[in-house]
Design a protein around this ligand. Structure first.
Ligand code: ADP
Ligand code: MG
Length: 940
C-alpha cells in the first residue's frame, strides 16, 4: 500500500484552503475578506460531500481497457420487459420463467391429486406390522405408550382426523402428541391394509427435536431409523420407506420441498407440531396450507400445540375441530424471587442503594427507559408492601427494590441449586432454564468446579442445540441410583423435549429473542421476560412423575405484569428471506399474501425488505424475481449471503467465500468464556492477518481448523467451538450441492483448484464480501492517525460502535486505510453495534454499489453511489468504471441466465471481462480519501 488515506489532510492546502480554523491572510481588506471566508466555506462544504478522490494511474487505466476493449457486448440491452427473449432456451430459462410467470394456484391444478394405492404393498406392510406387534421389544415399549394420556384418546383422534381435513390437537407437554399421534395414524392405515396410502410428515421447530423424536419413535417401534420412521433436517437425513412411513423434519425442509411440489403430492398427512411457538416457518406454512387444501382435498392437516392459545388456530382454520388431550400432572409448588432470596440469604454483590451509594441509585432512577419506569411503578411499591407486611426479611425487600435484582444472576442460581440439593433429600432431577450458551456453560462450569457437586452424587448436563446428538440421548435416561441429575437448558426443554424425572425447576424468567426495530432498521437480540405461557410450561416440567417445585427468579409482582403470550416471530424479524421464499413459491404480490398470515407483519417491515431485495437486484420494480433473485431464493441463506456465494463462484474464490457465508448464516465459531475476552481478542488478531476484516477472520478460523492436524488444540487455544466449525464445514458442502444444482460449479469439492484460482487474493475476497453485503455500508470518521472516531451507517443518521468482539474494535489497535466498511449485522444490545465488519476500499463500493451517477462540478468529475457516497474522480477513471460496470451487468445477467462454470484457463471474452473487473476492484493504492478530523463532522 503506497498511501494511507488518512494522511491527506495536507492536500487541502493546495486548494488555498488551510486546514483547521486559520484566519484570512493579513493582506486582505473589506469585501475580499468576506469573499475569502465565503469561498473557504464553499470549498469545505463541497469537500464534506465527497469521500475523496479515486483516480487510476494512466498505466492501470490502459491495462484495464486493453483487457475489455472490443470485447463482446452483444445483448447489452438485455431485459425487454419480462419476456427474456434474449436468453436462449435452457433448463434454467424454463424453470425461471415458470417461476416468475406462474402462480401457486395454477401449479396446484397441474399436480396429481390422489396418492396412488399399491395393493401388493398394502398386503406386505400389513403382514410386517402384524408380525411386529408380537415382537417382545415392541410389546414392552407399547406398555409404556399405553399409559400416555394420548393413548386413551386414540380412537377419538383417529375419528376426528378421518372426518375432517384440518384438526387442531392440544395437550400438556409430554402427553404424547409428537411421538404418538403420527404412529396412531400410521398403525391404523397399516392394520386396515391401506399402508401404501399413508405418508406422514411431522414438522418440528428445531433440528435437535426432529432427530431425537424420530429416534424415540423408531425405538418404540422396535426398529432402526430409516424403516418406517426417519428424519430430515438441513444437513442430515435418514429417510424411511416411501409408503407407510413417518418423517420428522424441520419446517424449513417442508417449505423447500414445496418449491418444487407445492401440493405435497406424495404426502397423506402433514402434522405441524409446536405451532404455539409461532416461528416464521410454521406461521408461513399454516397460511400456505390454507391455500393448498383447497386443491388437495385428500390431504389431512393436523396442527399440534401445547395447551396454549390453541383456540386461535382453530379459528384461523374456519373453526375447525379442536381436540384437547386431557393430561395429568402433579401439583407443583411455586416460589418467586422473594422466596428464593429469603431461603438462600443471598446478597447481590454490588453497590446498590441498600449499601448507601446514593449516586448509584440516583443514576439508575434518572433513566427514562420504559423498563425503569415500569420497575418503579410496579415492583418498587410491591417491595415496599412486602416490607410493611413483615413476612420477609428487610434485606430481601430492600434488594427487590434494586432493578439489578431482575437481571439473571448466576451466583444466585448457583446458591439456589446448592440450597435445593442440600435441603431436599427426595429423588428427582433438577432442570434449570437459562437463556443461552454462555450462561449455560458458565453455570455448568461453576457447578463442576465448586466441589459441592461431586460426580459420585451428581450428573450434570448442559442442553443446547449446539450440543452433539450423542450427549442428548443420555439426558433422557434416569440418573443412576443415588445420583441426582441436573440439566441446564435453553427453552428447548420447555415444550419440545420432555425429560420425565424432573421434580425441581428453576426458571430464570427470561428468553433471548431477536427483535427487528423497523424505525432504526436494526435487529436487537436481548433477553426478554418470559410470557405467562412460558412460565406455566416451565413450571409444568416439574410435575411429570410426582409433585414438584418450581422457582421463578422474578417477583410475584413481575409475574402479574408479564405478557400472556410471546409475540409471533414473523412480526419480530427481518422479512428478506421470507419474501424471497414467498416469491419462489409463487404466492403473488406480497401485499396480498402477507395479510393472510395469522399475525401480518408491519407494512413498514415489509417495505424495508422489498426495498432491500430491489437494491440487491433480486426483485424488479414489479416485484418479480429477477434471474439473480431466482438463484438467491434457491440458496438456503439470507439473500445477501447468497449473493456473496454466487460472486465467490464467478470470481473463482469459492472456498473462502463459502466459509464466510456459512459463518454469517449459522453462527461464528468463536466461543469466548466470560473474563477471557482480552485473550480471545489477541488470538483473533493473531489469525486475522491485520486485514481489518471480521469476515476474513471467520474464514481463517475455519480454514485453519480444516487444514490443521491437531484441531482440538487449535480450537482450545483460539476459543473456537469444534462442533460449530464442523457444522460450518458441512454447510460448505451443502452450499456446493446447491451451486451444482444451479450449474455454477462442476465439482462438489469446495477446495477444487479451478474454483479457487483467486482464493489467495484477499483484496478480491474483500471486494466479493462487499458485492454481497452492499448496501450494508458504514462510513467511519477517522482521526489523523487513522483511528475510527465515529461510525455511521448509510441508511440513517444513527451512530454505531464496533461490537467488542469485532477485530475492528479497539481504539488503539485499529488503524484504517479507508473510511468505508461493509457489515452484515447491526445489533442493538447494550449499545448500537455493528456486529461484524470488513474495511473496504472505495473501488469495490463504487463498482458494486447501486444508484451509480456521475456529475461534472466546477471542481471536476464526481461519482456518487446510493446518493450518499460521493467520490471525486477524473474523466478517464470515470469512463473506465462506467464502461466496466456496464460490462459487468452484461456479464452478470449473461452468467446468471446461463449458469455455468467460468473457465479461467482459456482466453475468452468472459475471462477478459472478469480479469478487467478484478484489476479494477482490487486496485487499492489509488487516490486520496478526504477524512478530515473536523470539529463539525456531520457530513454523511
Ligand atoms: P408431547 O409431544 O405431547 O409433548 P411426546 O410425544 O414428545 O409428548 O412425549 C411423550 C412421552 O414420551 C414423554 O412424556 C416421555 O415420557 C416419552 N419420551 C419422549 N421422548 C423420549 C425420549 N427421547 N426418550 C425417552 N422417553 C421419551
Ligand atoms: Mg411435542
Amino acid at each position: 500500500m503506497s498511501k494511507r488515506y488518512y494522511n491527506h489532510k495536507r492536500q487541502r492546502d493546495e486548494d488555498g484552503d488551510a486546514p483547521g480554523r486559520t484566519r484570512h491572510p493579513p493582506g486582505l481588506k473589506g469585501k475580499d475578506i468576506g469573499l475569502f471566508y465565503a469561498r473557504r466555506s464553499q470549498a469545505r462544504k463541497q469537500r464534506k460531500e465527497t469521500l475523496g478522490t479515486v483516480c487510476l494511474s494512466d498505466s492501470k487505466e490502459k491495462e484495464i481497457r486493453r483487457l475489455f476493449y472490443g470485447k463482446s457486448l452483444e445483448n447489452l440491452n438485455l431485459t425487454d420487459g419480462n419476456s427474456y427473449t434474449h436468453i436462449e432456451d435452457s433448463i434454467f430459462k424454463r424453470s425461471y420463467l415458470s417461476s416468475i410467470r406462474g402462480n401457486i394456484t395454477e401449479k396446484l391444478c397441474e399436480a396429481p391429486i390422489d396418492m396412488l394405492r399399491v395393493p401388493h404393498l398394502d398386503e406386505q406392510l400389513k403382514n410386517e406390522f402384524d408380525k411386529k406387534c408380537k415382537d417382545s421389544k415392541y410389546i414392552s415399549m407399547f406398555k409404556f405408550r399405553e399409559k400416555l394420556p394420548s393413548y386413551s384418546m386414540r380412537e377419538a383422534l383417529l375419528k376426528v382426523i378421518e372426518e375432517n381435513q384440518v384438526v387442531v390437537i392440544s395437550g400438556e407437554t409430554g402427553c404424547g402428541k409428537t411421538t404418538q399421534v403420527a404412529q396412531f395414524i400410521l398403525d391404523d392405515y397399516l392394520m386396515k391394509g391401506k399402508g401404501s396410502m399413508c405418508k406422514i410428515i411431522c414438522t418440528q421447530p428445531r433440528r435437535i427435536s426432529a432427530i431425537s423424536v424420530a429416534e424415540r419413535v423408531a425405538d418404540e417401534r422396535a426398529e432402526k431409523l430409516g424403516v418406517s420412521v426417519g428424519y430430515q433436517i438441513r444437513l442430515e437425513k435418514k429417510l424411511p420407506r416411501d409408503h407407510g412411513s413417518i418423517v420428522y423434519c424441520t419446517t424449513g425442509v417442508v417449505l423447500k420441498q414445496m418449491e418444487s411440489d407445492p401440493a405435497l403430492s406424495q404426502v397423506s398427512h402433514i402434522i405441524i407440531d409446536e405451532i404455539h411457538e409461532r416461528s416464521v416457518p410454521s406461521d408461513f406454512l399454516i397460511t400456505l396450507l390454507r391455500e393448498i387444501i383447497k386443491r388437495r382435498t385428500d390431504l389431512k392437516v393436523i396442527l399440534m400445540s401445547a395447551t396454549l392459545n390453541s383456540e386461535a388456530f382453530s379459528k384461523y382454520y374456519n373453526n375447525c375441530p379442536h381436540l384437547n388431550i386431557p393430561g395429568f400432572t402433579f401439583p407443583v409448588e411455586e416460589y418467586f424471587l422473594e422466596d428464593v432470596l429469603q431461603m438462600t440469604k443471598f446478597k447481590f454483590n454490588q453497590i446498590g442503594p441498600q449499601n448507601g451509594n446514593r449516586f448509584y441509585w440516583k443514576k439508575k432512577q434518572d433513566n427514562k427507559d420504559p423498563a425503569h419506569i415500569e420497575f418503579k411503578e410496579y415492583i418498587v411499591p410491591y417491595a415496599r408492601q412486602l416490607k410493611s407486611e413483615g413476612q420477609y426479611d428487610v434485606q430481601v425487600c430492600e434488594q427487590l427494590k434494586d432493578i439489578d435484582s431482575e437481571k439473571i444472576n448466576l451466583d444466585l442460581i448457583f446458591d439456589l441449586v446448592v440450597h435445593i440439593c442440600e435441603s431436599r433429600k427426595e429423588d428427582g432431577a433438577l432442570l434449570v432454564f437459562l437463556t443461552g450458551y454462555a450462561e449455560i456453560s458458565n453455570l455448568y462450569k461453576k457447578l463442576e468446579t465448586s466441589k459441592k457437586f461431586p460426580t459420585s452424587k451428581y450428573v450434570i448436563f448442559p442442553l443446547h442445540s449446539q450440543m452433539s446428538t450423542v450427549d442428548q440421548r443420555q439426558i433422557f435416561l434416569p440418573a443412576p441410583t443415588g445420583k441426582r441429575k441436573i440439566i441446564i437448558s435453553t427453552n428447548i426443554a420447555e415444550t419440545s423435549v420432555t425429560i420425565d424425572d424432573v421434580v425441581f425447576v428453576i426458571d430464570c424468567g427470561k428468553i433471548k429473542m431477536t427483535h427487528f426495530d423497523v424505525d432504526s432498521n436494526t435487529e436487537k437480540l436481548e433477553p426478554l421476560w418470559v410470557s405467562v405461557a412460558n412460565a406455566d410450561q416451565r413450571r409444568g416440567r416439574a410435575g411429570r412423575v410426582k409433585p414438584g417445585v418450581c422457582f421463578h427468579m422474578y417477583s410475584r409482582a413481575r409475574h402479574m405484569i408479564i405478557e400472556k403470550y410471546q409475540k409471533p416471530e414473523i412480526i419480530r424479524v427481518r422479512l428478506d428471506s421470507t419474501i424471497l421464499q414467498a416469491k419462489i413459491l409463487q404466492l403473488g404480490k406480497i401485499e396480498e399474501f402477507f395479510p393472510k398470515l395469522m399475525d401480518p407483519p408491519d407494512s413498514k417491515a415489509i417495505q424495508l425488505s422489498l426495498d432491500l431485495l430491489q437494491r440487491l437486484n433480486a426483485l424488479d420494480d414489479n416485484e418479480n424475481l429477477t434471474p439473480l433473485g431466482y438463484h438467491l431464493a434457491k440458496l438456503p441463506v439470507a439473500p445477501q449471503v447468497g449473493k456473496m456465494i454466487l460472486f465467490g463462484a464467478i470470481f473463482s474464490c469459492l472456498n473462502p467465500v463459502l466459509a464466510i457465508a456459512a459463518s454469517l448464516d449459522f453462527k461464528d465459531a468463536f466461543q469466548i468464556p466470560l473474563g477471557k475476552e482480552k485473550q480471545a481478542d489477541m488470538k483473533k488478531r493473531e489469525i486475522s492477518d491485520g486485514l481489518n476484516s471480521d469476515h476474513w477472520l471467520l474464514y481463517k478460523a475455519l480454514e485453519t481448523y480444516e487444514t490443521e492436524g491437531n484441531t482440538q488444540r487449535f480450537c482450545y487455544e483460539y476459543f473456537l467451538s469444534s462442533f460449530t466449525l464442523s457444522q460450518l464445514k458441512k454447510m460448505k458442502d451443502q452450499f456446493m450441492t446447491y451451486l451444482m444444482d444451479l450449474n455454477f460449479v462442476s465439482s462438489l469439492n469446495p477446495r477444487d483448484p479451478p474454483l479457487n484460482r483467486n482464493s489467495r487474493n484477499a483484496s478480491l475476497i474483500k471486494a466479493v464480501i462487499c458485492a454481497g453485503l452492499f448496501p450494508n455500508v458504514a462510513v467511519l470518521r477517522l482521526d489523523q492517525r487513522g483511528r475510527a472516531r465515529t461510525i455511521r451507517s448509510i441508511d440513517g443518521e444513527q451512530r454505531y460502535k464496533f461490537h467488542p468482539g469485532s477485530v475492528l474494535s479497539g481504539y488503539n489497535t485499529c488503524v484504517f486505510e479507508s473510511p468505508l466498511i461493509v457489515y452484515y449485522k447491526k445489533l442493538k444490545s447494550s449499545s448500537d453495534f455493528i456486529h461484524d465488519a470488513t474495511m473496504v476500499h472505495p473501488l469495490p463500493i463504487i463498482f458494486f454499489g447501486d444508484q451509480f451517477s456521475h456529475k461534472l462540478t466546477p471542481d471536476g468529475h464526481c461519482i456518487s453511489i446510493s446518493k450518499f457516497l460521493t467520490f471525486k474522480t477524473t474523466e478517464g477513471t470515470y469512463r473506465v468504471i462506467k464502461e466496466l460496470r456496464d460490462r459487468m451487468n452484461w456479464f452478470l445477467e449473461h452468467k446468471i441466465t446461463h449458469p455455468g462454470f467460468v473457465n479461467w484457463n482459456e482466453p475468452s471474452n468472459e475471462m477478459n471481462v472478469l480479469t478487467a473487473i478484478m484489476e479494477l476492484i482490487t486496485s487499492e493504492d489509488l487516490g486520496d480519501i478526504d477524512n478530515e478530523d473536523d470539529d463539525d463532522d456531520d457530513c454523511y
